[in-house]
Design a protein around this ligand. Structure first.
Ligand code: AMP
Length: 425
């Protein structure tokens, strides 16, 4: 098979690494890819939202399957574009259609879906500019802290946890009346704050049956001890000790099955990944959010724990026979440490030469924000590299990933040295 991956981050690097190992994969292309993905396939200079360009490429290179990494093309309807085109409609796209992608693209849609299908989630109400006054009154009666969420995609910035009523009312006003997050905050979900510990659960589905991929914990804050600004993700670990069989059984029965059944009941086809962001509150799972794609940097850890042929699983999604496929999960621990550019997540340094990757033997260096510059590899994004290792136990995995990150150098480089250490007994 010839496979095209859309995207250019650490997640797509991990997909490419895994897919390239499959005997079913003949040619692998990554659009646009990065300086690392060229090890696993051929980078293609295409924008992920240039659907016409993607069509031309897919037809001229006999692509048999398209795997969509990030949410943007899905929310913009890349899958629908394929289905509506006579030449493309039989080429499977792994990633949901636009309607289902609203599970991520609209917080209000996802909250309504969860409420309708009795999936545990925080109590909420949605407000618009026209109902701002009602929103301000509602805030006065809601408990603190309270969570404000821009309805639409806001590049991970649209969620605010407000500790005081004044702050909450000011922020709600700015989001609705002053378009703080642009179009994304023209509707705002006001939600009850959930106390607990977070977990990322990943489900692969063909719309009928599903497979639960290894769960992971990710670390969002820039600073050690979970301090400072939010980032795209600074590291991940899989498995997660508190996600034991009893907890995962609750997740499956209370969240995963009602989600898959709810999609079917609502006639929403879904072929792809569902990323469920959960809060474990006193041993019970509550859904914080759905994403319509895999997480980054969780994918890097998750891919390392999948021992079966990933292309065969993708084919199961595409062909609707996922229940006949085998998912083998390694009992080992995967740990990922993300190396970022100096200044990130604010204005950050770029075009710095990366050295030392050749010294890494016990981890895989997944590239994210990198480009080739002659013989050098330079930094071009905020999140630069993801260092992922797989070891027999968690302590060794955490130590190895951290030690390997420190073997790499570029001007301004930074990474957290505490990823996963909170999970050790
Ligand atoms: P989201 O974009 O919905 O994932 O929200 C971003 C982050 O905000 C989550 O990963 C949580 O850490 C936090 N968060 C969102 N909703 C809640 C909530 N209801 N209670 C507590 N924390 C939340």
């Amino acid at each position: 098979m010839n496979i095209l991956i859309l995207g250019s981050g650490g997640r797509e690097s991990a997909f490419a690494w895994k897919i390239a190992q499959s005997p079913k994969c003949q040619q692998l292309f990554i659009a646009p890819g990065n300086a690392g993905t060229g090890q696993y396939g051929t980078n293609v200079d295409l924008k992920i939202t240039d659907f016409a360009g993607i069509k031309t490429f897919v037809l001229s290179n006999n692509i048999n399957l398209v795997l969509v990494g990030p949410e943007e093309p899905l929310v913009k309807g890349v899958h629908d574009f394929f289905l509506a085109d006579d030449q493309l409609k039989n080429i499977p796209v792994v990633g949901p259609q636009q309607h289902a992608a609203q599970l991520e693209g609209s917080k209000d849609f996802s909250k309504q879906f969860m409420q309708k299908h009795n999936i545990p989630t925080a109590a909420y109400k949605t407000f618009t500019k026209d109902t701002l006054q009602d929103g301000l009154t509602y805030l006065a009666t809601a408990g603190l802290p309270v969570v404000l969420k821009a309805d639409g995609l806001a590049a991970g910035k649209g969620v605010l946890i407000c500790l005081t009523l004044e702050e909450a009312q000011l922020e709600l006003t700015q989001m609705l009346a002053e378009a703080k997050f642009g179009e994304a905050s023209s509707s705002v979900v006001v939600e009850q704050f959930l106390q607990g510990i977070e977990l990322s659960v990943f489900v692969m589905t063909d719309g009928n049956s599903y497979k639960i991929l290894p769960e992971a914990k990710d670390y969002k804050r820039i600073g050690e001890g979970d301090t400072g600004l939010n980032t795209g993700g600074m590291g991940s670990v899989s498995p997660v000790p508190f996600a034991d069989a009893a907890f995962m059984k609750k997740v499956e029965e209370k969240v995963i099955i009602p989600t898959i059944e709810g999609l079917k009941q609502d006639n929403i086809p879904y072929k792809g990944f569902i990323f469920i962001g959960l809060m474990n509150t006193a041993g019970e799972p509550w859904v914080i959010e759905y994403n319509c794609r895999m997480g980054d940097p969780e994918t890097e850890s998750v891919m390392r724990r999948i021992d079966s042929d990933f292309v065969d699983l993708l084919l199961g999604v595409a062909e609707g026979n996922l229940n006949e496929k085998e998912l083998i999960i390694s009992p080992k621990t995967a740990a990922t440490v993300v190396m970022v550019a100096g200044g990130y997540p604010g204005e950050y340094l770029k075009n710095k030469v990366i050295t030392g990757t050749e010294n890494i033997h016990e981890s895989i260096v997944f590239h994210a924000g990198t480009s080739a510059d002659g013989d050098n590899v330079i930094t071009t994004g905020g999140r630069v590299l993801a260092i992922t290792t797989l070891q027999d136990n968690m302590f060794t995995a955490l130590q190895q990933a951290t030690a390997d990150a420190s073997r790499i150098y570029y001007d301004g480089m930074y990474f957290r040295r505490d990823i996963g250490f909170d999970l050790l007994d």
